[in-house]
Design a protein around this ligand. Structure first.
Ligand code: SF4
Length: 161
């Protein structure tokens, strides 16, 4: 399995209030191999979507986050854990800049148990605050779930935020 991806970002959204708690900056990475039927973000399944992630783009994202009214960073997709080339430097630099004064939420189609037992991925659990895990399952869809699409998906609070 290639967890690195093609290093591309589909979109960055500022001042988002639906992707976690508080007002946030949301980064949507390009590419997901899960292809869950009914996925809301099927338009960015392709790893060739969007723009190439650069150090300048990283700085632009951090500048958006570096505002007193921004609570943190949300990373969605696409599949963040099939895009380590993007999210590894993003998370590492975020922590160097902001420490634990702001938080990181990640949405992944992988279950937390899989992430824990995959050496390439497990670092993520020590460096983010909230993981929303599991694939979207259309038959388990509920419209009023907070931060999730289907009831099989779980919210793991990994730190005391
Ligand atoms: S894992 Fe997420 S982005 Fe990928 S197909 Fe499933 S719902 Fe869509």
């Amino acid at each position: 399995m290639n967890y690195e991806g093609q290093g591309r970002i589909a979109k960055v959204m500022n001042c988002v209030v639906t992707d976690g708690t508080g007002m946030r900056v949301s980064v949507y990475v390009s590419g997901c191999q899960f292809h869950c039927p009914g996925c809301f973000n099927a338009s960015i399944w392709s790893f060739n979507n969007g723009t190439l992630y650069t150090e300048q783009q990283l700085e632009n994202i951090l500048a958006l986050i570096d505002k007193p009214y921004i609570s943190g960073l949300s990373i969605l997709g696409g599949e963040p854990l099939q895009n380590l080339a993007v999210i590894r430097p993003l998370i590492t630099t975020f922590r160097q800049r902001f420490g634990t004064t702001k938080d990181i939420w990640v949405w992944s189609g992988y279950m937390k148990e899989y992430i824990e037992h995959t050496p390439e991925l497990s670092f993520i659990l020590n460096n983010i605050d909230v993981l929303v895990d599991g694939p979207f399952v259309q038959s388990l869809y509920k419209p009023d779930l907070k931060f999730r699409g289907s009831i099989n998906q779980r919210i793991h609070y990994l730190s005391h935020i």
